[in-house]
Design a protein around this ligand. Sequence first.
Ligand SMILES: Nc1ncnc2c1ncn2[C@@H]1O[C@H](COP(=O)(O)OP(=O)(O)OP(=O)(O)O)[C@@H](O)[C@H]1O
Ligand SMILES: [Mg+2]
Length: 345
Amino acid sequence: MSAVDVAAVVKNYGAQKVLDDIAIHFQEGAFTSLLGPSGSGKTTLLRIVAGFVTPDQGVVRIGADDVTRVPVHARNIGMVFQSYALFPHMTVMENIAFGLHRRGVRGAEATRRARQALDLVQLSHLGERRPKQLSGGQQQRVALARAIVFSPSVLLLDEPLSALDRRLRQDMQVELRRIQQESGLTTIFVTHDQEEALTLSDHIAILDGGRIVQEGAPAQIYEHPRTRFAASFLGDANFLSGPTMPGGIEIDGRPIKVAMPFETRGRATVAVRPEKMSIDGPGENRIPAVIRQIVYAGATTTYLLDGPEGLPFRVFTQNHEANLHPVGSAVWLTWSPAHTILLAE
Ligand SMILES: Nc1ncnc2c1ncn2[C@@H]1O[C@H](COP(=O)(O)OP(=O)(O)OP(=O)(O)O)[C@@H](O)[C@H]1O
Ligand SMILES: [Mg+2]
């Protein structure tokens, strides 16, 4: 396995700048997610790492090697894409061994390694079936086994779970993480699903309009988003904007304190995660609101509220006890200055 380095990569399609000066280090053995909305350039970046697309500018390195001009087949990369077409006329074992045959590994050695990959995805009992005799999740695992059987230096995954239904997808997320950790493969995973990125990754890079707008460990980005975009793309957030004052901002004549030091000048926007707010709870920051809607989801309840000047709020609560706040109640929304994130405008 190897680290991957992308430096100063630019890609244009016609007049459109699809990747704009991308620089990112994919750490050896780490699971990194590229997260961003449709059209933000995730697949293009992945295809540049794979070698299907040549950048207009910049360099791609795998380990110590500059592979920018190296063709796909010489990069030793395992790949699973959204449509992971298995060969229908081959058995599961034959599908998996195919990549080995192409690399000159045959006979008993190929069988041994294909079995090992099949064990890793826990499908040892289905090696003789054909793809159409498998469920969607099982086919997905075969595709994964096929991508890792030849011990690639890097594993590239482009929304591999998006065709699966929710439950299966959650199971496969856990599986994928286990397989990645057992194999120690440097993995780059493309998704537009924030929950998937949070649960699977060691590191997340958020893309928007062909640029990396923020990167870091999942908790780091979630707790400290830098922009409104990052705050709302990774998780939910309540936003408050107002004139600055010493130690915070002012909303409807009330001080909203910010724990981190900042410059008092003009207006500023802060974000507060919905689970960090409580209704009539503790917290130095408090503003009045009226409960407009309650979304009960078993373990949790989401309250939608109207704040001063109709400002919308969203609060997540754990259902420790019976619901105490009916629709229409006038309440205080409360939270800590430590959970008040100042955003860069
Ligand atoms: N071969 C191509 N020719 C022209 N434009 C392209 C080509 N490939 C991608 N694009 C454009 O580049 C932009 C980025 O595309 P890309 O596939 O990288 O996005 P993405 O982030 O993977 O989106 P999605 O989540 O929808 O898969 C889009 O505007 C797309 O239309
Ligand atoms: Mg894509």
